[in-house]
Design a protein around this ligand. Structure first.
Ligand code: KIV
Length: 258
């Protein structure tokens, strides 16, 4: 059964943890769909882990549309959420236009960074569900550090999450905040919280798939648990191929036409 915004909302009251991972291409979407996770995020981390940009700020709406449509072709049952990239939500008009483009490419909802309530309300008024994002905001931050260690900053993140819920977001990502702060927020709002570096009390978890499978090691956040090391396997296969081509043992008879 296809996951919906409503089924994600209900997961909070039923206590079922929400499982979200990123995908940017067709084969990864096929795998996440087969694993029956709840949400595929076409995140703007695309810029760093796939396109080789220095930051997520270089990602364009054209990049996001292109990769959202690839993910859509590989997915049947997960809810697809696509990021509105940096500056694509500069005005309500632009944000609605770009959110519509992402939906046309296959997104079921969009994610937007920060407490931009007017822009969020405009997108929701255009019948597009919105996921919020509070705590560390990679599109605009100058320093990648844990947010909310100081009481004032923690209170501000709580206020942001409350305001995102009031604006009509169906869920909110909490990035890089201490577990007790995430626990307090999760207990204070009626929509699900989905944590990344925010501890176990959140209603769900998200990771960048390239971190989970060990495919990108240029930047390794300490909260990102590596469940396997695909880079090692690709390197091993590449070196074996190189060796066999150089030795003249590939292709052999089994891999040649008679
Ligand atoms: O772009 C992304 O992958 C994200 C996650 C880090 C939540 O926003």
């Amino acid at each position: 059964m296809k996951k919906t915004v409503n089924s994600i909302r209900k997961a909070k009251s039923s206590g079922q943890k929400i499982v979200m991972l990123t995908a940017y291409d067709y084969p990864t979407a096929l795998i996440l769909n087969q694993a029956e996770i709840d949400i595929i995020l076409v995140g703007d981390t695309l810029g760093m882990v796939v396109l080789g940009y220095e930051t997520t700020r270089d990602v364009t709406i054209t990049d996001m549309i292109h990769h959202t449509s690839a993910v859509k072709r590989g997915n049947e049952t997960c809810l697809i959420v696509s990021d509105l990239p940096y500056q694509s939500d500069k005005t309500s008009k632009l944000a609605v236009e770009h959110a519509n483009q992402l939906v046309s490419a296959g997104a079921d909802a969009v994610k937007i960074e920060g407490n931009k309530t007017n822009i969020i309300k405009a997108i929701i008024n255009a019948d597009i569900p919105v996921m919020g994002h509070a705590g560390l905001l990679p599109q605009t931050t100058e320093t990648f550090r844990v947010r909310g260690r100081k009481q004032r900053e923690a209170n501000q993140i709580l206020a942001d999450a409350i305001s995102l819920a009031k604006a009509g977001c169906f869920a909110v990502v909490l990035e890089c905040i201490p577990s007790p702060v995430a626990e307090r927020i999760t207990g204070s709002i009626s929509i699900p919280t989905i944590g990344i570096g925010a501890g176990a009390s959140c209603d769900g978890q998200v990771l960048v798939t390239h971190d989970l499978i060990g495919l990108f090691d240029r930047f390794k956040p300490s909260f990102a648990k590596q469940f396997t090391n695909v880079k090692k396997e690709i390197l091993r296969a590449t070196e074996s191929y190189k060796f066999e081509v150089q030795q003249g043992t590939f292709p052999d008879a089994d891999h040649s036409y008679k």
